[in-house]
Design a protein around this ligand. Structure first.
Ligand code: 13P
Ligand code: SF4
Length: 305
């Protein structure tokens, strides 16, 4: 079968089964084309709870499917490719967090959404890259323990000098792989281009950027800008999606290393097999996790809305 034939069959089956497909913007173009909603982590979380479909297929990584299940307990939620995890989400476990909390008593624990559901049960509120500044600014407590990504943490802290932040030393291995040397080379090769980066990148990369923001923030900026050339400092599929969206503009990857192997695991055939009942994994979480992580995720939606 061709890609177009598989896509047509997916569209037919999802309608017949009342299933909605959510795809993170780091997924391939052929998957975004069959999705009901595409966006960044925050957009996917909000969209999950708005959908009236009985089932949801998440094309992304495990913590996104778990967030979706927690926000939509009555829906059947599948992760299209069960192997797709996020290395950053696995960096800190409950034991490590408890030790960290002992070092910072009286701090509100803010968890980047890229964490396991089990870890979220021990945190106060979640944030995403697009909601972090707003949510932290709305917290009553001025002391914030930000886990696990210190880059997003510092990016947020710089905008809220009135608050005191403590960090865990984790981070996204993909975004961290982009270096100041990559910035120098990319700017030399494309002197007219604006540099747009994700706050998961290292501070020395973010400080050179014309714009830093979430995946959706980067895409919106490039779409609306009158400029014609952009160096993209986030997962490389965004380069391709922007090129499709604006054929008259030019987009260049900041670094070849900005490719997330986990996000790339999900294929169109995974979505097909999930709908056929021969693939994917149905997300099932214990009542304790649904309750504990749910408190943290719902607070994010309340404060970030
Ligand atoms: P956003 O979707 O919040 O931009 O985060 C990027 C990311 O790395 C998701 O895993
Ligand atoms: Fe995790 Fe980074 Fe991949 Fe996002 S890009 S899923 S944060 S490893």
């Amino acid at each position: 079968m061709t890609v177009a034939e598989i896509q047509e069959e997916i569209l037919r089956m999802k309608k017949e089964q009342d299933v909605c497909i959510l795809a993170h913007a780091y997924q391939g173009q052929e998957i975004l084309e069959v999705a009901d909603y595409t966006g960044d982590s925050y957009g996917l979380s909000v969209q999950a709870s708005k959908s009236s479909a009985k089932g949801v297929i998440m094309c992304g990584v495990r913590f996104m499917a778990e967030t979706c299940k927690i926000l939509c307990p009555d829906k059947t939620v599948w992760l299209a490719n069960p192997q797709a995890g996020c290395p950053m989400a696995e960096q800190l476990d409950v034991k490590g967090l408890r030790e960290l909390k002992e070092q910072y008593p009286g701090y509100t624990v803010v968890a980047y959404i890229n964490t396991t559901s089990e870890l979220k049960t021990e945190c106060d509120v979640c944030v995403t890259s697009s909601s972090s500044v707003q949510i932290c600014s709305r917290l009553e407590n001025d002391k914030i323990l930000f886990i696990p990504d210190p880059n997003l943490g510092h990016f947020t802290a710089e905008k809220l000098p009135e608050k005191t932040f403590a960090f865990y030393n984790g981070g996204c291995p993909r975004h961290l792989a982009a270096s100041a040397e990559d910035v120098r080379k990319a700017k030399e090769a494309h002197p007219q281009a604006l540099l747009l980066v994700h706050p998961e990148c290292a501070p020395e990369v973010v400080k050179e950027a014309d714009y830093a923001g979430s995946t959706t923030g980067i895409m919106d900026y490039a779409l609306k800008s009158d400029d014609l050339e952009f160096i993209i400092g986030t997962e490389n599929s965004i380069v391709e999606h922007l090129q499709f969206a604006c054929p008259e503009k030019r987009f260049y990857p900041l670094a070849a290393s900005l490719t997330c192997m986990d996000m790339k695991l999900t294929t169109l055939m995974d979505v097909y097999h999930c709908l056929k009942g021969s693939g994917g994994e149905e997300i099932r979480l214990s009542d304790e996790i649904m309750e504990g992580a749910g408190r943290c995720i719902r607070r994010m939606v309340e404060l970030g809305g």
